[in-house]
Design a protein around this ligand. Structure first.
Ligand SMILES: C[S@@+](CC[C@H](N)C(=O)[O-])C[C@H]1O[C@@H](n2cnc3c(N)ncnc32)[C@H](O)[C@@H]1O
Length: 244
């Protein structure tokens, strides 16, 4: 079973604080994901790694007839049940590495920033393909492969002589596999996959890729959080929309 990172007390408290402030999810990743959503009216949606459930709630409020949100973390699901409940949303504690347990068919499989925690992407892609109706859509975001590449997660920005952000250093891009680094706590595990591996895996599973987006911030977002201008040096997120 995957690590239970989000149930670690220290990690969970720090992550909640991050999400309560101006953050990259709300200002960059979510606006880009929402621009790519297919029509939701009357659709059945599976939200993988739903976390607090803010995405699941949004999908139900946008017309989906049913949303099943699954997540590994008890703490995240507790918040989802309490603060993001909706009559058309069901939250379930489940590992997305065990999707073979599901028999229901979905029009949309959605996942925000969770796939880089999963080791076996080919199995995940095949499981999702099986669960989608014909013509169904997979829309997911993950940390960009440039971000996941460097061993010990130690990629870093470099400053110019004027003290401006100028470039970004990363390495080990071609070595796919587990990375163990520090994000609020030590020992956080992610899986790095080069872009070619992600796209080829989806394509060989049978998906038709409709969009591959490395989101850039809108001007309003940069004025809210000037740090976002760094996205022009190096993307933080990768978003893919693919159809069955
Ligand atoms: C960065 S959070 C994103 C949460 C939510 N999608 C959002 O955008 O607010 C990643 C979530 O993925 C969940 N997760 C990680 N690995 C998982 C797995 N194998 N199965 C189900 N959930 C998983 C974590 O518990 C966590 O809630």
């Amino acid at each position: 079973m995957s690590q239970k990172l989000f149930d670690n007390e220290i990690f969970f408290a720090a992550y909640r604080k991050l999400r309560s402030e101006k953050n990259y999810n709300d200002l960059l990743e979510q606006p880009a994901m929402r621009r790519l959503l297919p029509g939701l009216k009357g659709k059945a949606v599976l939200d993988l790694g739903c976390g607090y459930g803010c995405g699941s709630l949004f999908l139900a409020q946008s017309g989906a007839k049913r949303v099943l949100g699954i997540d590994l973390s008890e703490k995240m699901l507790d918040v989802a049940q309490k603060d993001f409940c909706h009559p058309l949303v069901e939250y379930r504690r489940m590992d997305m590495e065990d999707l073979s347990q599901l028999t229901e068919a979905f029009d949309l499989v959605y996942s925000s920033l969770a796939f880089h925690y999963v080791e076996d992407f080919l199995k995940l892609a095949k499981d999702i393909y099986r669960l989608l109706k014909s013509g169904g859509v997979l829309l997911f975001s993950q940390e960009h492969p440039i971000v996941t590449a460097t061993m010990n997660c130690k990629g870093h920005y470099n400053l110019s002589q004027d003290g401006e952000y100028a470039s970004y250093t990363f390495s080990d891009y071609g070595r796919g596999g587990k990375r163990i680094g520090h994000w609020f706590i030590d020992g956080v595990e992610n899986y790095h996959r080069p872009m070619g591996e992600i796209v080829t895996t989806l394509s060989q599973t049978g998906f038709r890729i409709e969009a591959l987006v490395e989101p850039l911030p809108e001007p309003w977002a940069v004025s809210e959080k000037p740090d976002l201008a760094k996205e022009y040096i190096k993307p933080t997120f990768l978003i893919i929309k693919a159809a069955k």
